[in-house]
Design a binder for this molecule. Sequence first.
Ligand code: DC
Length: 224
Amino acid sequence: MSPKVVAVDGPAGAGKSTASQALARRLGFTHVDTGAMYRAVGVLARERGLDLDDDEALGRLVGGLSFELGEGERLLVGGRDLSAAIREAEAGELASRVAVRPVVRTRLVPLQRGLAAPGGVVMEGRDIGTVVFPDAPAKLYLTAAPAERARRRAVELRARGEAVDEAAMARKLAERDRRDSQRAHSPLRPAEDAVVLDTTTLALEAVVDEMERIARGRLRLLRP
Ligand code: DC
């Protein structure tokens, strides 16, 4: 039997994280944010002063890493809590840069597959429906207009006390979209059997309702 996986992919700022967490709660599944893993690799690479284009050094770094999901969405890497560091704006940039390196992806993808809990998982990222779980029974691709995604990211960062220049944020998001979707290895794109949801004008509740309807239908889960 294929594992109970709901794959959620899409560009930065499309609302994947908040909606995936809420969906996992409704379904009683675990939630795995694979972006957090790429962010952790980026943060550690910077901390160690690595050249982000140096595959050998990146290979040594990721080869020795172990990831653990702690209570309340905490991410422990080698026992160290990186939850706060990976949420800084720069971590997203670093993540997007290390994520183009096959040496990083080939290490993280099997770890992600290993996180498919028997009780079901909502896993979000860029390549979950295309590469990590191509046989996932339920695949969603969340997207939104670039200006709206930039606005959401700005709100998120301001809530964390970071100063935000919205125009610069929009430019960076466009650059990240380009890098994520044009890379040779596992580019961001909807799987052929994914349901594409444009969340530009939708409230979170409506997005999660629609995701739940699709996930329950595809996984043949009854409503509680
Ligand atoms: O979802 P996020 O913003 O936390 O992701 C950070 C970066 O990590 C994103 O720009 C691309 C990369 N990423 C990826 O390549 N594949 C994934 N499955 C998840 C994230």
